[in-house]
Structure formats: structure tokens, C-alpha cells
Design a binder for this molecule. Structure first.
Ligand SMILES: [Ca+2]
Length: 118
């Protein structure tokens, strides 16, 4: 599965892939791994799109849980609403890489919560 978050009021800077990896934390333990990548979708030399591939690492079912935490930069004191960060599920496949039944895909949702960085 991969999800995408496109912050509108935060400003992720141009970062290397290695730096982006340090900003995305797997919250699912051994259920899956996370493989983040950021992209510049409008060719202005600033990455503005976070894509995270989340391959399951078990043969059993994946339990509902928060999948990952991503840390974005924003100006000190600014307030960012979760609704300002769109999130979508881009692709869902089974462990065999085949698309899942649409009734299963319909049960998968993307949501965003916002918290200050520790
Ligand atoms: Ca851009």
C-alpha cells in the first residue's frame, strides 16, 4: 500500500531521500515497513509531496493502526490543521502484488492527525 500526503501550509524543504527517511517513523512495528520518498510535483525545486510505500511484512492480516508519523517543517508558532494536509491511498495490493477485492479496499482509509514535534 502507499499513501500520499501533500501539505499545503507546511513547507518541507528540499531534502535528500536519506533525510526524508529520518522524518518518517513506522508506527506499526513488525507488521510492515515504511519506504518514504518526497517529490517536487510542480518543478519549483521544492519537494511538496510525500509518498510512503508500506509493504506488509507478515503473512497474516494487518491490524488497524496508525501507520506512520511524518515530521514537516513549518514556521514557529504557526497552527496547521489536519484538514490542511490532504492524504490519500494511492494503491493497495495483497502480498502477492495482485489488487485486493474492491470491498476490502473500501475498508482502508487515510486520515491525518497533527501534533507538535517533540
Ligand atoms: Ca514543488
Amino acid at each position: 500500500m502507499s499513501s500520499m500526503a501533500q501539505p499545503t501550509s507546511t513547507t518541507p524543504a528540499q531534502r535528500s531521500v536519506a533525510t526524508v527517511r529520518t522524518r518518517v517513523t513506522n508506527l506499526g512495528g513488525a507488521q510492515w515497513s515504511v519506504a518514504p520518498n518526497d517529490r517536487d510535483t510542480n518543478a519549483n525545486a521544492v519537494d511538496d509531496f510525500l509518498e510512503v510505500r508500506v509493504p506488509a511484512s507478515t503473512n497474516g492480516s494487518v491490524q488497524p493502526a496508525a501507520i506512520y508519523r511524518a515530521r514537516f517543517d513549518c514556521a514557529a508558532g504557526s497552527v496547521v490543521a489536519a484538514s490542511a494536509i490532504p492524504c490519500s491511498i494511492a494503491q493497495v495490493a495483497g502480498l502477492d502484488s495482485q489488487p485486493l477485492d474492491p470491498s476490502l479496499v473500501a475498508q482502508i482509509h487515510c486520515s491525518v492527525a497533527v501534533a507538535a514535534a517533540p
